[in-house]
Unconditional design. Structure first.
Length: 193
């Protein structure tokens, strides 16, 4: 039996020219890498058997979930939510940074969202947001700290992977979560936690 994964982009919008920092992806790369839609096709291979049984395709798609209204967000005041489901390690936060950020939405591209669990050993980063440095951390276990303006890249500490970023889209004044960029701690697949 063989399996094949196919990843499809859903948009090719670009980040604004004023987006800061060097390690930012344009929005097309961000969407491509986040794998918003993943179809896994399983094909039964039985050499010499003409009527080999076919296995149905498995399709995993991130849910489109309402997070908050844009007017609900005050600068540097995070709001908690869960995504992509209600399972383990789904707790996440959304915040208006007040400065443009990679993957940011809104008029100023400053609204971002991230999973709340440290990629090192799953330390709970809830309530560790720092408005002066636009960072999440330090992790209570081994002090990892993540830069929310640059896709959650590690600033310092024991972790070696960026914090998973929740991909956002605007629907009128509603902010919708539509995907996750990076693997959530404790999961082998973000959609099958
Ligand atoms: S669990 Fe966060 S730094 Fe180790």
């Amino acid at each position: 039996m063989q399996s094949q994964s196919i990843t499809k982009p859903v948009s090719d919008e670009t980040l604004p020219d004023h987006a800061p920092g060097k390690c930012l992806m344009d929005r097309r790369s961000f969407l491509l890498t986040s794998g918003l839609t993943t179809a896994t096709v399983m094909v039964a291979m039985t050499p010499g058997v003409a009527d080999a049984q076919k296995v149905p395709a498995v399709v995993s798609t991130y849910p489109r979930k309402f997070v908050a209204k844009i007017g609900d967000l005050k600068p540097d005041v995070p709001i908690d939510f869960t995504y992509p489901d209600e399972g383990a390690y789904a707790e996440s936060m959304i915040v208006r940074l007040g400065v443009p950020a990679g993957g940011g939405i809104g008029q100023d591209r400053d609204i971002v969202a991230f999973n709340n669990y440290c990629t090192h050993q799953g330390g709970d980063l809830g309530a560790t947001y720092k408005g002066d440095t636009k960072s999440l951390g330090a992790c209570p276990l081994h002090l990892s700290t993540y830069d929310l303006t640059r896709h959650g890249i590690l600033i310092s500490g024991q972790a070696y992977q960026s914090l998973p970023q929740v991909l956002l889209e605007l629907e009128g004044d509603k902010i919708m979560a539509v995907g996750v960029f990076g693997l959530i701690f404790g999961r082998y697949d973000n959609l099958q936690g």
